[in-house]
Ligand binder design. Structure first.
Ligand code: NDP
Ligand code: GDR
Length: 372
């Protein structure tokens, strides 16, 4: 039997990398679309790269962009995929307030371009499509926990664009019979999460503070609550969604919610530090209350966390907590990771990474801290 062929947009991102690994293990031929950039942007998938001069290659990269229809049509025509995973997006909620039009073009129209390419090429009966939908669609809380039937109320240009993509996916399923599905995924993280999302920002900064490479971690809204899972669990579910009997839309979540503040506590706990938070709103600070690890010489009372208003969003999503009962019951999906395990894995990885900076600093190199 011939191998299944998958095409992944956003292959260089967190989920694209984990999904590629997952599908290659399942013996798929994997094609990915990457953007041209002036520096290498394939760090997360370099370990999957194959010399194009060898036979039996099963991982291929194509230059492309979700804003370029002709490029997408050509790649889909060449690849003839059985499954498309549309993961490409301008995925940062706060940045979408700075770049609303680009976000709409990529995250909204980009999804339409993929669906339309399938129609133009007559692949409606062959190619299944997974659309990376998001818990950001729920935005302003209408119901707790959120399920497949909870009304949407997007609160950012990102979420508005993703709302368009959500409904385009449903519409192309109903209008043309394409096996197109939305995975409404709640936040999912990992050691390869983008550095400016809050979890990774926290684990990187905590590691740097532990090693004396950074003084303080500046954050925005510490009260925001998110349902955080591990990206590895979630990419498995993307695949399961396309293997289901019927094309449907699915909520994927852990069912537990945690504040940003508690995530910070958990990261510091990993390095043996207990934090105390005092003050309110933009004046809130986190100081070291106890330090149990003699390797990390941090003084009691030192202020290591502070709030900077620049990270507040014009409209915020206060509380996300998902109910993935449908996925549990109909597909047998259950997340394997607990939040503390995820935090530990991220801390372990970032401490290792930051030790490199520490050696460089000892060798006389200047270490820069980016406050984004
Ligand atoms: P990342 O930001 O890590 O990856 C996004 C990917 O999209 C990168 O490969 C990026 O390329 C690519 N990309 C961005 N713009 C374009 C464009 N115009 N054309 C082609 N490619 C583009 O996101 P994640 O892996 O975390 O998320 C994957 C998808 O899932 C996204 O659509 C996101 O919105 C959605 N999602 C994510 C959740 C999460 O918690 N992680 C939760 C719910 C939904 P480059 O590397 O060059 O920047
Ligand atoms: P989110 O993720 O907006 O949920 O979108 P992010 O990690 O950016 O923010 C989570 C919450 O933390 C608060 N926050 C901060 N966020 C960032 N980035 N930086 C800070 O300094 C900071 N301080 C507090 C935010 O206000 C927010 O409430 C992610 C993305 O992966 C989307 O693509 C995806 O669709 C959703 O998750 C589900």
């Amino acid at each position: 039997m011939s191998k299944k062929v998958a095409l992944i947009t956003g292959v260089t991102g967190q989920d694209g990398a984990y999904l590629s690994e997952f599908l290659l293990k399942k013996d798929y031929i994997v094609h990915g679309i990457k953007r041209r950039s002036s520096l290498f942007n394939t760090d997360r998938i370099d370990h999957l790269y194959q010399d194009p001069h060898i036979d039996n290659q099963n991982f291929f990269l194509h230059y492309g962009d979700l804003t370029d229809s002709t490029n997408l049509i050509r790649i889909i025509q060449e690849v003839q995929p059985d499954e498309i995973y549309n993961l490409a997006a301008m995925s940062h909620v706060q940045v979408s307030f700075e770049m609303p039009e680009y976000t709409a073009n990529t995250d909204g129209l980009g999804s339409l371009r993929i669906l339309e390419a399938i129609r133009i090429l007559g692949l409606e009966k062959k190619t299944k499509v997974y659309q990376a939908s998001t818990s950001e669609l729920y935005g302003k809380v209408q119901e707790v926990p959120q399920t497949e039937t909870t009304p949407f109320y997007p609160r950012s240009p990102y979420a508005v664009a993703k709302l368009y993509a959500y409904w385009a996916t449903v519409n192309y399923r109903e209008a043309y019979g394409i096996f197109a599905c939305n995975g409404i995924l709640f936040n999912h993280e990992s050691p390869i999460r983008g550095e400016t999302f809050v979890t990774r920002k926290i684990t990187r900064a905590t590691s740097k503070i532990a090693l004396g490479l950074q003084e303080k971690l500046y954050l925005g809204n510490l009260d925001a609550k998110r349902d955080w899972g591990h990206a590895k669990d979630y990419v498995k579910m993307m695949w399961m969604i396309l293997q289901a009997e019927e094309a449907e839309d699915w909520v994927i979540a852990t069912g537990e919610t945690t504040t940003v503040r508690d995530f910070v506590r958990m990261a510091f706990h990993y390095i043996g530090v207990e934090l105390e938070f005092t003050g309110e709103g933009q004046h809130e600070v986190g100081t070291i209350k106890k330090c149990n690890d003699p390797n990390h010489q941090l003084e009691i009372g030192k202020e290591v966390v502070a709030v900077d208003e620049k990270y507040f969003r014009p409209t915020e999503v206060d509380l996300l907590i998902g109910d993935a009962s449908k996925a549990h019951t109909k597909l047998g999906w259950k997340p394997e990771y607990q939040l503390q395990e995820l935090v530990n894995e991220m801390m372990q990885s970032d401490l290792k990474l930051m030790r490199k900076d520490s050696y460089l600093k000892d060798g006389g190199y200047e270490i820069l801290n980016y406050f984004e």
